[in-house]
Design a protein around this ligand. Structure first.
Ligand code: NAP
Length: 318
């Protein structure tokens, strides 16, 4: 692929939104490239079991689903370049993306970069990553076999992480700043029933206690202010995601949370640039909503490439 070649579409990010965009674009005959820094799947690839993606009645692990999505897009001619995007000029025509593997150009860009874990922002947090502090139970859980771990957070990720860790660790203590989980009900019963899962409600982690590696955390009761020390071998921080939008800051309109301001059409503040999946403003971040965005982005891109005319719709709508 030469650097002077101009693709119809470059998709940045090979998660479910990205590979669905690539599938739809390639099937529509668009010359399509996916830029992925590591391996397909994004956050989904780190999910042990996905039970809410229709069509897999027994569930499927995220890594396998990611590989399937990549192969499906590539079957129709989409290509993948493993490259880290370093800079983008989205106002140029064509749009130019500087990467670790050289520059690439395209007439349209689908930003499907998802997000990364949100940090707690505690002193020593970065330095203790890999020495007790972790952000991904599916990646690092096995390191804590037979040990005591703390999970912070009350959303779906924290609940899923606590459940996964309950099958590996000796004891799991879930610390949440409220008196109940925000996670969907499907997680509640299994967590409450797990014999090795304990809860510390109305509590936040205020300090990491290291001796070379993490040995415990200091907790604070959000109502009384009372502090306590909780010894542990591992701390899994599951307090949400932050969008990967650093590369487009200043070029695309972002919302207050730093997500790309884009509605259901996935159109951003720049023509020919679309935001799909977790990276855009949306009320529900799921694989199923990410893949819907990927399809929509291509639909809008086709209209744009056709010079503003509505994209041809197949009678069957497929
Ligand atoms: P989330 O839904 O935003 O939940 C974040 C949790 O962390 C909340 O309980 C929040 O507390 C807590 N939190 C945030 N900042 C904190 C801080 N500084 N200190 C302590 N606690 C803090 O994030 P998520 O669980 O990572 O999920 C992200 C998205 O992926 C969601 O849309 C989720 O539905 C989706 N997801 C879905 C599944 C599934 O469907 N099975 C699995 C994983 C993720 P508050 O409750 O007080 O705000």
């Amino acid at each position: 692929m030469s650097s002077t070649h101009v693709f119809d579409m470059i998709v940045v990010g090979g998660g479910p939104a990205g590979y669905t965009a690539a599938l739809y674009a390639a099937r529509a005959g668009l010359d399509t490239l996916v830029l992925e820094k590591l391996s397909a799947g994004g956050q989904m690839a780190l999910t042990e079991e996905i039970d809410n993606y229709p069509g897999y009645e027994d569930g499927i692990d995220g890594f396998t689903l990611a590989e399937k999505m990549q192969r499906q897009a590539e079957r129709f001619g989409a290509r993948t370049e493993y490259a880290q995007v370093e800079r983008m000029d989205l106002t140029a025509e064509p749009k130019v993306l500087e990467t670790s593997e050289g520059p690439f150009a395209a007439r349209t860009v689908v930003l499907a970069t998802g997000g990364g874990p949100r940090e707690l922002g505690l002193a020593g947090e970065k330095a203790l990553v890999g020495r007790g502090v972790a952000y991904c139970a599916a990646c690092d859980g096995m390191r804590y076999k037979g040990r005591t771990v703390v999970v912070v957070g009350g959303g779906n990720s924290a609940a899923a992480d606590a459940l996964l860790l309950s099958r590996i660790a000796e004891k799991v203590i879930l610390v949440h700043r409220r008196d109940q989980l925000r996670a969907t009900k499907v997680y509640h019963a299994p967590l409450m029933q797990a014999e090795n899962v304990e809860f510390r409600w109305n509590s936040t982690v205020t300090e990491l206690l290291p001796e070379g590696k993490l040995t415990g955390v200091r907790l604070k009761d959000v109502h009384t202010g009372a502090e306590s020390i909780l010894p542990c071998d591992g701390l899994f921080i599951s307090v949400g995601r932050k969008p990967a939008t650093e590369l487009v800051r200043g070029q695309l309109e972002l919302d207050a949370g730093g997500y790309v301001a884009a509605g259901e059409t996935t159109e951003t503040s720049l023509p020919g640039v679309y935001a799909a999946g977790d990276v855009r403003t949306k009320p529900l971040r799921q694989v199923v909503t990410a893949v819907a965005d990927g399809a929509m982005a291509v639909h809008m891109a086709e209209e744009y490439l056709a010079g503003g005319a509505p994209a041809a719709r197949s009678p069957a709508g497929t």
